[in-house]
Ligand binder design. Structure first.
Ligand code: AMP
Length: 357
């Protein structure tokens, strides 16, 4: 990867709010962005220099993106493997590394990878049919969570199995897809560490945020998390260990469960900027978005220290209709993603409220 000069062009696969905030950060440093997304009204397309409206596996579109961009990055982890292979064959510089994308696309590979490098996770078993599920329940006990290996996000593709009567229904919910059963972790709370690793192999982490979910969707991120200094230090060091093992370049979001006795387990990692790091825009000098751009441009990483404590609240579905009150609220720092249609469960924006450090 070569160092990009201001004026260079960055390609982003995916034009959602993460792509939009990446493009905003890129433009601050003098870069332009080209977005590839199948939706011509996608949030990032509206603010980028150009947008290619096409499916992610459209080779003509990928070739055009490759020809015009100095580096290509992603804003979601489910980029088809074929698209990545095509871009690599076309000679594009890709960051984060495709290996991280491939591992994170499959919950079984992700958990195996974490175990192999000595990072604790919830206990798990692969499940490919109802009889595997029966055996997995015997091994892990109940309650347990059945999750599809691929294409699950925001709690989708998951079923909580509370007792043996729920077995058939749980398996049916997976619609025949390869899955894993995870032991249910009765955690005290959840935190995430936003990590950025540069081309030179150096990493920095933001302070862990405490994350509150409802219905599998992130509702709020609170900084500081209330975790002890020991837990914070351990979470940051596990995050760097994962980034190093992936030979990572860019921002990596890592979600942890904190058990009641203070043990850490990694739930999952996202090879991209992360919703639980949106607060870094308002509470840090250099945000997760700018640090991702800096890393993939092979620039020096920016400081991850925060100047304020804060609470970030997602505006989901009809929450966003409250924008006039939020815009009038003193100290409420409002970001709206420019999505034209509200749907239940759809992330429409977020609001960050700063507090003294
Ligand atoms: P995921 O899609 O795996 O990130 O799961 C979404 C949310 O479901 C997590 O942030 C947790 O709140 C909850 N969850 C996921 N896996 C488990 C588990 N093994 N035990 C308890 N809660 C879980």
């Amino acid at each position: 990867m070569k160092t990009l000069s201001p004026g260079a062009t960055i390609g982003i696969l995916g034009g959602g709010q993460l792509g939009r905030m990446l493009a905003m950060a890129a433009s601050r440093l003098g870069f332009s962005c080209i977005i590839l997304d199948p939706d011509e009204n996608c949030p990032a397309g509206k603010i980028a220099r150009a947008m290619i409206c096409a499916d992610y596996d459209d080779e003509t579109a990928l070739a055009a993106l490759s020809a015009q961009c100095d580096v290509i990055t992603y804003e979601f982890e489910n980029v088809p493997a074929h698209a990545v292979a095509f871009l690599q064959a076309a000679g594009s510089a890709l960051a984060p590394p495709p290996k991280a994308l491939a591992i994170s696309q499959d919950r079984l590979h992700e958990k195996n990878f974490l175990q192999d490098i000595g990072v604790s996770t919830a206990p798990y078993q692969p499940v490919n049919n109802e009889s595997d599920l029966q055996n997995a329940i015997e091994a892990l006990g109940l309650p347990a969570l059945l999750k599809t290996r691929r294409l699950g996000y925001d709690g989708k593709g998951q079923a909580l199995i509370k007792n043996k009567n729920g077995l058939a229904k749980g398996w049916k919910a997976m619609q025949g897809m390869s899955s894993i059963l995870e032991g249910f972790i009765d955690f005290a709370f959840e935190i995430s560490v936003i990590t950025v690793r540069g081309k030179d192999g150096n990493s920095k982490t933001y302070h862990p945020a405490r994350n509150l979910h409802a219905g599998g969707i992130l509702r709020r991120s609170i900084v500081p998390s209330g975790a002890s200094p020991e837990i914070i230090a351990e979470a940051r060091s596990i995050a760097i260990k994962i980034a190093d093992a992936l030979d990572y370049v860019g921002v990596l979001g890592i979600e942890f469960f904190v058990s009641k006795d203070g043990a850490l387990m990694v739930n999952e990692f996202a090879p991209r900027v992360h919703n639980s790091g949106h607060w870094t825009v308002e509470a840090c000098g250099i945000s997760q978005f700018e640090n991702h751009i800096r890393a993939i441009a092979a620039w020096p990483l920016g400081d991850t220290a925060r100047h304020s404590n804060c609470e970030m609240e997602n505006l989901i579905g009809e929450d966003a209709a409250n924008w006039p009150a939020l815009a009038a609220e003193p100290g409420a720092l409002l970001t709206l993603y420019g999505k034209r249609h509200q749907r239940p469960g759809r992330k429409m924006g977020h609001v960050t409220r700063l507090k003294p450090l």
